[in-house]
Design a protein around this ligand. Structure first.
Ligand code: R5P
Length: 332
């Protein structure tokens, strides 16, 4: 099918330049020329240095730390600049969507920031959104504009499938992730264990809403097995560390971990390196600073997947068939 728009343009914020560059190389469309500056008063200014009039524009921005609020503002301002420059269509490509954990009003007088951010993205000028593995499915519904949520779990599945292990057991770090972990285990033809986690609220701390994970129980037998703990993201590493300690106590033979989004906040990287995890496998939805990388960290790229989907969006071709063809090259 041909495109409604004769040309595609890709612009990148500073949230994950390496990934944006890799996507643009795969598609064969160079990154658009834009100036992004932060003035001494901390106001951010964006200028697109080329015309986007009636073009099919993709703005790639991962909502990453450090400087998360700047990354959000860059995205919003770039979308506004595209809209005001008469872009034909604007798609916000957000490999990692921040504030996904603030997705419900589960205490009195708290916001639903994941919804607020979705509203701001649409108000700024995005006509559609392309993202990967949202923290919770309901966030899709927070967007008033068409939203394609991809999954990068296939990349992780293929990586572990290629190891050819027959004593593997997949471990879900909590009950909430069990459904996605079940799909992961099924794709690997492996059994599933589930750890039961609860978050303990620490009131009275200066940071107000701090919680820490506490593992209560393990459902499943991991003794003597190779365990692969799978999660959507690793932030402080608190959840995964609790699970690793539990698996060690339960006699696991080897422990591996994987996640789509390596947030690796604070000293998570050091804690994981010092843990019993043999290898952490993740993707490049977020940039990982060199000082947070280590020899047993494997990073798989989502650039092929995003590039393929962006081309399909541009051409008006179904995205679904990528995921229904198990061996599609875009899946790793
Ligand atoms: C929890 O709901 C998520 O699936 C992850 O387990 C969580 O976001 C990881 O956070 P942290 O690494 O800070 O425990």
């Amino acid at each position: 099918m041909g495109s409604r728009f004769d040309e595609m343009r890709i612009f990148a914020g500073n949230g994950n330049l390496a990934l944006a560059q890799a996507i643009s190389e795969r598609i064969g469309v160079p990154l658009g020329d834009a100036t992004i500056v932060k003035f001494s008063n901390e106001n951010i200014f964006v200028k697109l240095n080329e015309s986007v009039r009636e073009k099919d524009v993709f703005v790639v921005q991962s909502l990453s730390a450090p400087h998360l609020s700047d990354r959000i503002m860059e995205l919003l301002i770039m979308l506004d600049a595209c809209k005001r420059a008469s872009a034909g269509r604007v798609t916000a490509v957000i490999p990692y969507y921040a504030y996904g954990r603030t997705d419900k009003k589960d205490q009195p007088r708290v916001p639903i920031t994941a919804r607020l951010l979705a509203d701001m993205i649409a108000a700024a000028g995005a006509q559609q959104v392309l993202t990967i593995d949202l923290h919770a499915g309901q966030i899709q519904g927070f967007f008033s504009i068409p939203t394609d949520e991809l999954t990068a779990m296939h990349l992780l599945v293929r990586y572990f499938a290629d190891k050819g292990w027959d004593d593997l057991i997949v471990v879900s770090p909590d009950v909430g992730f069990a459904k996605r972990a079940r799909n992961f285990a099924e794709a690997l033809n492996a059994p599933l264990a589930i750890s039961e986690k609860r978050r303990v609220q620490h009131f009275g701390r200066k940071d107000g809403n701090y919680t820490s994970p506490e593992i209560l129980n393990l459902i499943g037998d991991v003794a003597g097995k190779r365990c692969v703990v799978v999660d959507d993201e690793i932030a402080t590493g608190g959840s995964i560390m609790e699970v690793v300690q539990l698996l060690e106590r339960e006699g696991a033979r080897e422990i591996y971990a994987c996640c789509v989004h390596a947030v690796l906040a604070a000293n998570a990287s050091q804690r994981l390196q010092a843990s019993g995890i043999r290898e952490l496998v993740t993707t490049d939805t977020l940039p990982i600073a060199p000082e947070k990388q280590w020899s047993n960290l494997t990073v798989l790229s989502v650039s092929t997947l995003l590039a393929e989907v962006m081309q399909r969006i541009h051409s008006g071709v179904s995205v679904d068939t990528i995921f229904t063809q198990r061996n599609h090259p875009a899946l790793g």
